[in-house]
Design a protein around this ligand. Structure first.
Ligand code: NAP
Length: 280
């Protein structure tokens, strides 16, 4: 009897991830003989691990912090989106053993915005790391006219803006020197792609006075489900969402890459909600 296939999440640390719950529920629902595991690897272990995937019968991986950018050097093939974004969150082992990288984060974010009926023209993004790059790529693909970036590390925002201005001449990427410089009064979407809000006592990155009912506030954080930023957004009468939808839809696209089957999205959503409930 052949060994069951394996999929999993590569990162460090990874133990708080909901991906196993979501993917294992989907594998069970479609009666696919495979399992999704966590692979916590230290930086010096990553290369050897990636080279041994085929031998271990690992057919596909998701990649999370801190390896979304550094895995690129070990990939044999990459999608156009990975090249543009500069980050990869999904790897499949092809029949010839080659590793091919995809970015499904941007698709997850774009899909969730569509479902929420958000059509941003002028957006502000807090953070300029791996997730922000995927968000910016999705916003440009969705024909946003302007995206203003603020990161505590100005070099990161400048680098992202420079690269994306070259790739997307129809969308203007600007850098803000402070939260005030984001000029949220003139924006219709605010995305928090920084980790601010993940911890219970974190402050909101935006002041209540900067939020107005015509701005949609999207926080990539999904645990806690209601960050301080989202709490203020609600109070100021804004429409808002947390990052659960992005997580779900990026997972659904990854699942299709892994198994070549359409993802049972409702099953995955239920599994995510259950995992979140058990975590509280
Ligand atoms: P990352 O690569 O570490 O990027 C975060 C960026 O935010 C860094 O450049 C960081 O700067 C910056 N930053 C930190 N504090 C800030 C502040 N007060 N103001 C402005 N910028 C600040 O992390 P990531 O992978 O992009 O993830 C960011 C967040 O998105 C995390 O909370 C993650 O869980 C979430 N996420 C959610 C999904 C989803 O599916 N919902 C997917 C991916 C990521 P320094 O490096 O200098 O601290």
């Amino acid at each position: 009897m052949s060994e069951p296939k394996l999929f999993g999440l590569l990162g460090y640390p990874v133990k708080h991830s909901y991906s196993p719950a979501m993917h294992n529920a989907a594998l069970r629902a479609l009666k696919i003989k495979a399992a999704y595991r966590l692979f916590a690897k230290k930086p010096f272990e990553v290369k050897g691990f990636l080279l041994s995937l085929r031998k271990r019968n690992i057919r596909g991986l998701n990649v999370t912090i801190p390896y979304k950018e550094s895995v690129l050097q070990y990939l044999d093939r990459t999608s156009a989106a990975v090249k543009a974004i500069g980050a990869c969150n999904t790897i499949i082992v092809e029949k010839d053993g080659a590793l091919k990288g995809f970015n499904t984060d941007y698709l997850g974010f774009a899909k969730d915005l569509s479902l929420l009926k958000v059509r941003p023209r002028k957006a502000a993004v807090i953070g300029a790391g791996g997730a922000a790059k995927a968000v910016c790529f999705a916003l440009a693909k969705k024909n946003a006219e302007e995206v203003c970036l603020y990161d505590i590390d100005k070099f990161k925002s400048f680098d992202l803006a420079r690269r994306f201005n070259e790739i997307f001449p129809s969308c203007r990427f600007l850098v803000a020197g402070s939260m005030e410089d984001l000029r949220l009064k003139h924006k219709d979407l605010l995305v928090n792609a920084s980790p601010v809000g993940m911890h219970g006592n974190d402050r909101s990155p935006a002041e209540p006075s900067q939020l107005h009912p015509d701005i949609f506030v999207y926080d990539l954080i999904y645990n806690p489900a209601m960050t301080r930023l989202l709490f203020l957004a609600k109070r100021q009468g804004c429409r808002f969402a947390n990052g659960l939808g992005m997580l779900l839809y990026q997972g659904a696209v990854s699942f299709r890459h892994f198994t070549k089957r359409n993802a049972p999205v409702k099953v995955m959503h239920r599994a995510l909600m259950e995992a979140l409930k058990n975590d509280r």
